[in-house]
Design a protein around this ligand. Structure first.
Ligand code: ADP
Ligand code: MG
Length: 944
């Protein structure tokens, strides 16, 4: 035993291992990793070329858009006929997707029949081939007893390069493999198929989709594995497809989402890109082929050529005396005598060497043991090169996907079909290993997509059907959010009517129209240091404002923002005002002004009945506030009391101001045409300069029994100089409309959707502030969440999974609408935002979520625009003007931070108030700064 070992040891030492000479002879076919990386980089460049509109025409790798935008999500269903033409066999199938009896795992059941294609048809006229195809289809229908009267959807797998303008059109670019027919190049093969079906007659079929075999393979695998986004064929020919970001597909409009691109990578090298790697054997194979100079990569890789490559190598080695002692048989000289099946057999684990001997003997050769070892090794090198080349190009595709999605690690599945992959004993393992070596950072799963190319066409059709029905249902869901011009006009006129009604105050009205005791906008003489306290709907801001000499001179401003915790918003009034006093104390410490006894203005963004500039009785809480014992009380008093309780600092609160009024005032400081203040933040509200004669609070006037002119009682605390000013100002007073209450009497019911109703019901103040609930930051996210819930329950989103996250009120904050709707954001980022919210979405989901956000925010902006149109038109008519130039000062995060809200608002106001030229001026800290301005005016008045 030992002796035998020693002998063989010495034998191999002396007599060279026969694989070594093959290695030397085929040196150029053995590719190292650095070469594979080079090939991969070249292929990446080719992909880019093919995708770009400029270079596509000349590109060797055609990168054809397939119009397949989504992979299956597993919820598809339906019955389809399918034709699979262009693989190794022509098949007719009936495919049931989750329908019928005895559905196997994966939910796809199919019956198929292979119809041989007579050889002469492969090189004859195209119409004859298609007649054969449609006759086979009819035969299949009859044999399977499929109703000939009914119309059947049909999916067509056609494995040749086609330019597809739509999913069911395909202009044939060229034939490949063993097909070479006349009269079809440049024509739509779907039309040819339809024509043939008509000629055959007696069938009703509707050709829904045409796909390439790679796409079909990807789709089949994708039905079971959501991560499958690459399809790969290594059979008679070779090709691959993958899901590309639509923004990179120049040839197709649109940049949202993805589209499957059929690379047609078989053409890689047709422009010389692989010349360094091409051997004399490749050149010989190409020269003897149907299509010389074309499909260079395919000829190095696919089943149609591997056997021939081995034969040419073996022939050459024999000729130079490296095999069979220089003997060459006739069979060995004959094209096609070594097949790819032979190559696979020679590489079988145990029987490989014996198979090799049998094959060689069959070729009329008398191989020695070394000859057999050497020829087996030739097979190994040729097939290994094939899997290496595929690995290099596949890793280029995967790298591209990874870059597109800015991922650090890519987890992806590749669906594979094709005889070489399926039948060659070593091929899959080698391919997987090299891909993983080239992409150590990625997790690549390979799934054999058995019969993928036949099944997948039906799945493409099923996905297309699902998407069409989903599209329809999503459109129907979002339709009520679309405001027609007519509806917007109605909203404008209802707003106008309720503004008027509020001014009359005979009956309680939905819009309160509260006098602000601000008679004119600032004149720029205001100066000094003032404190401003701004309680909004979400935050409490403390500001120190220093007005310097002269109009437009720089105003210094320091501020600090404090959040108001929910338990304080909804606790007791005392706690709330103690909290505010504590924030003020902190701010004064921060500014080092604890002992300054500053004059202060208080911006209070809730409806208050005012009787003077420094008193305001809270009428009702809105937005997220519900503190007890506040409604009906003077908020200035409550703040003073809280400061007193604290007994730590003193403030001289000289004015209480609504945030709209503050905003208008601070903008008017810069633009004298600013006579409207608008808030679009947590809530929404507007104020504007109204003519005093229109403010007919008749009831109270009689009660007080004074004043003859309408509204005069509002002016009786004026000094003489103010009265002069008032006359100059044509007797105006700023009215805080509290327009958020529009619709509280049901006037907006015709535009309120069930989603809005749900949001209202779940709110702190049901039935109140209906206009605000359609338009403002506190509610938009919730409306979106309600729509998403409904779509998910209907199986149209998130694969129908209603997660805890989605059921959580408030998770979908309005700031996410801004992020999701940002034009600069790719869909993938939308997905990651949704991910953060605990919503696991795919690409289609994120498109729909974005649409929902857009519908909700757009409606909000349009409604506010309609409201603004009502206000400015009223001002114009008050003044008897043909045309009004006016500026609206605006504050609020929704207006300032949402990417489209302001534009839609401006556009709507412009259309609905054509006689007004409305400018919008965003204010900086306007609601707070304005309170300081009003305080300055009040203090100056006191000093006069
Ligand atoms: P307030 O209304 O309390 O005076 P803001 O004007 O800052 O304060 O508005 C805050 C509200 O604006 C938040 O409650 C939220 O609804 C909304 N919001 C915050 N950030 C954004 C954003 N990026 N895009 C749109 N809306 C936002
Ligand atoms: Mg505010």
């Amino acid at each position: 035993m030992l002796a035998a070992h020693l002998v063989s040891f010495f034998f191999t030492k002396l007599q060279e291992d026969p694989t070594k000479k093959v290695d030397r002879f085929l040196y150029a076919m053995r590719l190292h990793d650095d070469q594979l990386e080079d090939i991969s980089a070249r292929f990446q460049a080719e992909m880019k070329k093919g995708l770009s509109a400029e270079s596509n025409a000349a590109a060797a790798v055609k990168m054809l858009p397939t119009h397949v935008r989504s992979t299956p999500d597993g919820s598809e269903r339906g019955q389809f006929l399918a034709l699979d033409l262009g693989g190794s066999k022509f098949k007719v199938l009936q495919v049931k997707v989750r329908e019928g009896m005895g559905i196997r795992k994966g939910g796809v059941e199919m019956e198929e029949k292979i119809y041989p294609i007579p050889k002469e048809l492969l090189i004859g006229r195209g119409t004859e081939l298609f007649d054969h195809v449609s006759e086979s289809l009819k035969d299949f229908l009859q044999e399977k007893n499929i109703n000939l009267e009914k119309t059947h959807p049909l999916a067509f797998t056609f494995s040749f390069p086609c330019e597809q303008p739509t999913l069911n059109q395909g202009l044939l670019l060229s034939w490949s493999k063993n097909f070479r027919l006349r009269g079809l190049q440049g024509k739509d093969v779907v039309q040819s198929l339809k024509g043939a079906i008509e000629r055959t007659g007696g069938m009703n079929v509707d050709v829904l989709s045409m796909v390439n075999d790679t796409v079909a393979t990807m789709m089949t695998c994708g039905f079971d594995d959501q991560r499958c986004e690459v399809g790969l064929i290594i059979g008679t020919g070779t090709n691959a497809c993958y899901m590309e970001a639509l923004r990179h597909v120049d040839l197709v409009e649109g940049d949202e989402g993805q589209m499957c691109v059929n690379t047609e990578w078989g053409g890689f090298g047709d422009d010389g890109a692989l010349n360094e790697y091409i051997t004399e054997f490749d050149r010989d194979v190409d020269a003897a082929s149907n299509n010389p100079g074309k499909q260079i990569f395919e000829k190095m890789v696919s089943g149609m050529y591997l056997g021939e490559l081995v034969r040419l190598v073996v022939l050459k080695m024999a000729k130079v005396g490296l095999l069979f002692d220089g003997f060459v048989s006739d069979a060995l000289r004959t094209k096609g005598k070594i097949t790819t099946a032979n190559v696979a057999a020679m590489e079988e684990y145990k029987t490989g060497l014996k198979n090799t001997r049998d094959i060689l003997t069959g070729l009329g050769l008398t191989p020695s043991q070394d000859d057999c070892i050497a020829v087996q090794h030739v097979s190994t090198i040729v097939s290994f090169r094939s899997s290496n080349l595929v690995a290099a190009c596949l890793s280029a595709i995967l790298t591209r996907i990874k870059k597109n999605r800015s991922l650090r690690t890519l987890t992806i599945t590749v669906g594979v079909d094709g005889t070489v992959y399926k039948t060659h004993p070593q091929y899959p393992k080698r391919l997987h290993k090299v891909v993983r070596r080239l992409l150590p950072e990625s997790h690549v799963r390979f799934v054999l997509s058995d019969s993928g190319s036949s099944k997948g066409a039906a799945l493409v059709a099923a996905v297309a059907q699902r998407l069409a029905s989903r599209r329809k249902q999503v459109d129907e869901t979002l339709f009520p959010f679309q405001m027609s011009q007519e509806q917007l006009h109605l909203v404008k006129s209802r707003m106008r009517a309720d503004l008027e009604a509020g001014l009359k105050n005979k009956n309680p009205s939905t819009i309160k129209m509260l006098p602000s005791f601000v008679y004119h906008t600032p004149d720029g003489t205001e100066r000094g240091k003032y404190l401003a306290l701004d309680l909004g709907g979400t935050n409490f801001r403390a500001l120190l404002v220093n007005f310097k000499k002269g109009l437009h001179q720089n105003t210094r401003l320091y501020h600090k923002i404090y959040t108001v915790p929910m338990e304080i918003m909804q606790g007791t009034g005392e706690e709330l005002f103690d909290h505010l006093a504590q924030c003020v104390s902190d701010f004064l410490d921060y500014m080092g002004m604890k002992n300054a006894h500053l004059p202060a203005g208080f911006t209070f963004s809730f409806p208050c009945e005012q009787t003077a500039i420094d008193t305001g009785t809270l009428l009702t809480w809105t937005k997220g506030f519900k503190a007890t014992d506040c409604e009906g009380h003077d908020v200035v008093n409550m703040l003073r009391e809280a400061i007193k309780r604290r007994n730590e600092f003193d403030l001289d609160i000289a004015a209480v101001v609504n945030d709209t009024v503050g905003t208008m005032m601070s903008c008017a400081y810069e633009d004298p045409e600013c006579e409207v203040g608008l808030i679009a933040g947590t809530g929404t509200n507007v104020c504007y300069m109204e003519d005093v004669r229109n403010i007919e609070k008749a009831g109270r006037k009689e009660e007080r029994g004074e004043g003859t002119a309408k509204g005069e009682h509002y002016q009786d605390d004026l000094t003489e100089s103010e009265k002069k000013q008032r006359d100059a100002d044509a007797q105006r007073m700023c009215i805080n409309t509290e327009w958020g209450g529009l619709g509280d009497d049901g006037s907006l019911n015709d535009i309120i959707t069930p989603y809005d109703a749900e949001v209202d019901q779940n709110s702190l103040h049901p039935g109140k502030q209906r206009f605000e609930k359609l338009t403002s930051g506190m509610y938009l996210g919730e409306i979106v969440r309600q729509v998403l819930l409904d779509l998910t329950r209907g199986g149209l989103l998130f694969r129908g999974h209603v997660t805890e996250a989605l059921k959580t009120p408030g998770i979908f904050e309005t700031k996410y609408l801004s992020q999701i709707e940002s034009d600069r954001l790719a869909l993938l980022q939308v997905r990651s935002i949704l991910q953060q919210l605990g919503l696991d979405s795919n690409c289609d989901d994120s498109i729909i979520v974005k649409e929902v956000c857009g519908a909700v925010s757009r409606r909000a902006a349009q409604l506010v625009g309609a409201g603004i149109a009502a206000v400015v038109d009223k001002i114009r008519e008050n003044r008897g003007l043909e045309h009004l130039n006016i500026t609206v000062g605006v504050d609020g995060a929704l207006y300032k931070l949402h990417p489209h809200f302001s534009r839609v608002l401006h556009d709507t106001a412009k259309v609905l108030a054509p006689l007004c030229n409305v400018s919008f001026l965003p204010s900086e800290e306007g609601s707070g700064k304005g309170a300081a301005l009003i305080t300055a005016v009040a203090k100056q008045k006191q000093q006069m």
